[in-house]
Ligand binder design. Structure first.
Ligand code: HEM
Ligand code: CU
Length: 562
């Protein structure tokens, strides 16, 4: 903290330097340093590493299910084991993989993008991470006793004490509590950081679009996670303390659970996908070498989606006895979401239009996202039409739809983010050859796995079944889907190999390898503990353009060299 004067001198010359020369507070070395860290970058990396570990588990669970379903009458998994693996997979992917991966990227990137030195509450930030770890341990601990088996939605009365007496469902409840605390505190941190710690000149109208998407995500988390936390607490007391919230036999309501769950559950989908929208909005302009088209429309549509997402929950309940007016209301609000989403997609296409496109791996994943996520959006609008939904609800059509949104949407966004920000985090590029091969494996594997599930669903295959008979004729499609899943998994694995490999051998990246627009590229790669020697003044949505010009002129006139 003793370099105030040297900073002021630097600001005085008007030449921001990319050399790290601040004295950082002493950090502990080795693993103790990691475990006790409150540095947002290290916490970000902890989130990412832990969540990719859980992704491996969730992926193995997916492959187990697909292996069981590859042929009619398979016996790889017993019916009970299938239910357990299904529940572990869905819950893992949602709460232990996708949400914490975004927490990881946001932790690393948001303070850098707004020119801050850390998050607003660094200790609370570390606490959030450890609550996430605790949730994961409690949940996976149940594998050794009685794993949860009521699906990631834990519908009552199935999840009530008499039907599932084992403790797995309780472990699931504690997972929701612990990861919920983690996400709520994390979102508070993000909100306070973004609203109070932006660099001079960065008004809300100049906030990077990834930060905007995190603001919208935080709003949804803060408004809906407390609802599910309350709902699972009621379930816990129903299961163990004789209350009757969800039991119709003593005056409760089983459907109450569905309302509470989906009031959280639908926004949850956008909690997983909005940060991907933010990443795409960062990556496309950089690799099209053009300014983003429709900055304000993209930022506003994120908020619009956050708002609408809380008005659509009962489209998950079209098969329950709802009054006609409710059916109509939830159908129309659900379809309305297509408008802000369509606004984004059109603006992204306009950003690419006539750009001089640089074909690097982050762009591949962003383009794959555009194509596949749009397909998932279209089946979403189909499902919003309740007569259609009643036909295909609880079939593989729905499984196909939500994997289009979650895998092709959220996971593609995560891949784009990883390939885009890895050079910032490590100072090295990921290998392009492995990256592109990984992309194609994921793209082809994904389509083989999930495109065909639409037709499986339309021909009547129910979801959440552990097996099916040969005379249904579903065998070939299921085999194709299983082969696709292994190709997809190989693609994801290749990216993990790429990460290990490139950490040591990747090409050196330097501070600003993509000639990007936002402030994280102003710091060295990887940034020092204090991030910036000089925090620059922001005069546009693309502060790095101006800074690059300043750095160039400074170098030309010779006074910026060290
Ligand atoms: C390798 C890619 C993946 C494959 C092959 C895969 C496969 C499967 C399979 C076979 C099911 C069971 C369907 C059923 O029996 O109803 C399933 C369910 C599910 N998957 Fe995935 N999945 C993958 C990735 C993901 C990801 C990234 C997410 C992200 C959030 C996700 C979320 C879910 C959810 C929420 C369920 C529903 C669980 C339930 O019904 O309780 N999956 N997946
Ligand atoms: Cu929904």
């Amino acid at each position: 903290m003793s370099t105030r004067t040297s900073l002021d001198v630097r600001i005085g010359t008007g030449v921001p330097l990319l050399v790290a020369d601040r004295v950082d507070p002493p950090t502990r070395h080795g693993w103790v340093g990691w475990v006790t860290t409150t540095d947002h970058k290290r916490i970000g990396i902890l989130y990412l590493v832990t969540a990719f570990g859980f992704m491996a588990l969730g992926g193995i669970e997916a492959l187990l299910m697909r292996t069981q379903l590859a042929q009619p009458g398979n016996t790889v998994l017993s019916p009970q084991a299938y239910n357990e693996v299904l529940t572990m997979h869905g819950t893992t992917m949602v709460f232990l993989v996708v949400m914490p991966l975004w927490a990881g990227f946001a932790n690393y990137v948001v303070p850098l993008q707004i020119g801050a030195r850390d998050m607003a509450f660094p200790k609370m930030n570390a606490f959030s991470y450890w609550m996430y770890v605790a949730g994961g341990i409690v949940f996976y601990g149940s594998v050794f006793f009685s794993p949860p088996e009521a699906g990631w939605t834990s519908y009552t009365p199935l999840s009530s004490g008499p039907y599932i007496p084992g403790n797995g469902t309780d472990a699931w409840i504690y997972l929701i509590h612990l990861t919920g605390i983690s996400s709520i505190l994390g979102s508070l941190n993000i909100m306070v950081t973004i609203s109070n710690m932006r660099a001079r000149g960065m008004g809300w109208g100049r906030l990077p679009l990834f930060c905007w998407s995190m603001v919208a995500q935080a709003v949804m988390i803060l408004l809906t996670l407390p609802v599910i936390a309350g709902a699972v607490t009621l379930l816990l007391t129903d299961r163990h303390f004789g209350t009757c919230f969800y039991d119709p036999h003593c005056g409760g309501s089983a459907l109450l659970w569905q309302h509470l769950f989906w009031f959280f559950g639908h926004p949850e989908v956008y909690i997983m996908i909005l940060p991907a929208f933010g990443v795409i909005s960062e990556v496309l302009p950089v690799f099209a070498r053009k300014p983003i088209f429709g900055y304000k429309a993209i930022a506003a549509s994120s908020l619009g989606i956050a708002f609408l997402s809380m008005l659509v929950w009962a489209h998950h309940m079209f098969a329950t006895p709802l009054p006609a007016i409710a059916l109509a209301f939830f159908m129309l609000t659900s379809m309305l979401i297509a408008i802000p989403t369509g606004v984004k997609i059109l603006n992204w296409i306009a950003t690419l239009f006539r750009g001089s496109i640089v074909f690097r791996t982050p762009l591949y994943f962003a383009a794959g996202f555009l194509v596949l996520f749009t397909l998932g959006g279209i089946t979403g609008v189909m499902l919003a039409i309740y007569p259609i939904d009643r036909q295909v609800t609880d079939t593989y059509f729905v499984v196909a739809h939500f994997h289009f949104v979650l895998v092709a949407g959220a996971v593609s966004g995560i891949m784009a983010a990883l390939y885009y920000w890895f050079p910032k985090m490590t100072g090295r590029f990921l290998s392009e050859r492995m990256g592109k091969l990984s992309f194609w494996l994921q793209f082809v594997g994904f389509l083989a796995t999930f495109l065909i599930q639409h037709s499986l669903g339309l021909s009547g295959m129910p979801r959440r079944v552990y097996s099916y008979r040969a005379d249904t004729g579903w065998g070939v499609d299921n085999l194709i889907s299983t082969i696709g899943a292994f190709i997809l998994a190989t693609g994801v694995l290749l990216t993990l190999v790429n990460v290990m490999w490139s950490l040591r051998t990747g090409a050196k990246a330097g501070p600003d390898p993509w000639k990007a627009n936002t402030l994280e590229w102003f710091a060295p790669s990887p940034p020092p503990a204090h991030n910036f020697d000089v925090t620059p003044v922001v005069r546009s949505v693309e502060p790095m353009r101006e800074l690059r010009r300043q750095i160039r002129t400074a170098h030309r006139s010779g006074d910026g060299d060290e």
